[in-house]
Design a protein around this ligand. Sequence first.
Ligand SMILES: Cc1ncc(COP(=O)(O)O)c(C=O)c1O
Length: 373
Amino acid sequence: MRPISSLVKDHIRNLKPCVHGGEVLDAAYKSGVRRENLLDFSSSVNPLGTSVKALAAAEAAFNQVAAYPDSTSSELREVIAKHYSVRKENIVVGNGSTELIYLFTEIFLSKEDKVVMAAPTFGEYEGAVRKTGANICFIKSGEDQKLDVNTFIEAMKDAKMVFICNPNNPTSLLTPIEDLTRILDTALEHSVLVFLDEDFLEFVENEQSFSMISHIEKYPNLFILRSFTKLFGLTGLRVGYGIACQEIIDVLMCTKIPWNVNCLAQAAAVIALKDEEHLQRTRQLICEEKAYLQKGLSNIEGFRVFAPDANFFFIDIRKTGYTAAELTQKLLQQGIMIRDCSSFKGLDAYYIRIAVRLHQENVRLLQELGKVL
Ligand SMILES: Cc1ncc(COP(=O)(O)O)c(C=O)c1O
């Protein structure tokens, strides 16, 4: 028998898993701090958790687990379509939005294709593209961490696909609508597919004015990603969705794995989207706590805090004298998890990401940072 590694496709053999925040069990294991004593600021999800109504819907769906779930997530697609005033045929649902990143690249990319994305940005785009063997052109963001739009536009003219994360993970920065429009118009002219990740847009005030969902008919090359993981807090149930013109959605619906979203997740997501009260409470909390943390974090000597558009802070800590890894370790010993961003392409060892949490938790974070620094 030949070694298994020699049987793996060349471009896949050396792939490594992407690093993520939110690895609470692993952090507990490595630090010796009990899991229930850890406060997780490394994963940017709803600090209020899941809507109680959505949880009740998941519970009620337990009596359906003996049957296959609806493979086309029909009811959920209808509810999402109504929510955004589009058609059900414009929606595909995935096992988390991550499934759709991988499905989209698998469908459209071949080995010789070029893909353009910013650096830094969410790491799974790179992982998904590498799996297809296509080539990636990274456009490094400037010192202000904003997307270098002119260089991006030049690079994308002979590309097959571009990725844009809006607001971007890990920088928490929005791309201005004029820049997005320029990118989309160039993409249309040069037949480039645009994968626009709006997973964190729901945390942005006046979300509609930044979203491209109402433009899917104008841009048949546009695929918009959304998730129930972040604002809706269905993180462990795994539900995300894509919105695009019917031609794109038809291909995804035909090529996704069957029964990709379980019955509990579908039932919970249908109700979560309608639970306006929970969403309003969340938005209010994030707004207040962002202001509180902005003040507290900016007062810390050596912190350069980038003004956040989403529900998390991106901070350059080089002037503290600590690396991100050192500060992460020190805080972990105090039961606080933050995201060391050194695994993001385009960043050095001095950036951290911190999610907005409940008030008392944010108070504790500032106290612990005060002690450590
Ligand atoms: C920008 C962005 N997009 C997509 C995802 C994937 O989210 P999920 O698969 O949980 O929907 C994440 C997760 O961290 C993310 O940060």
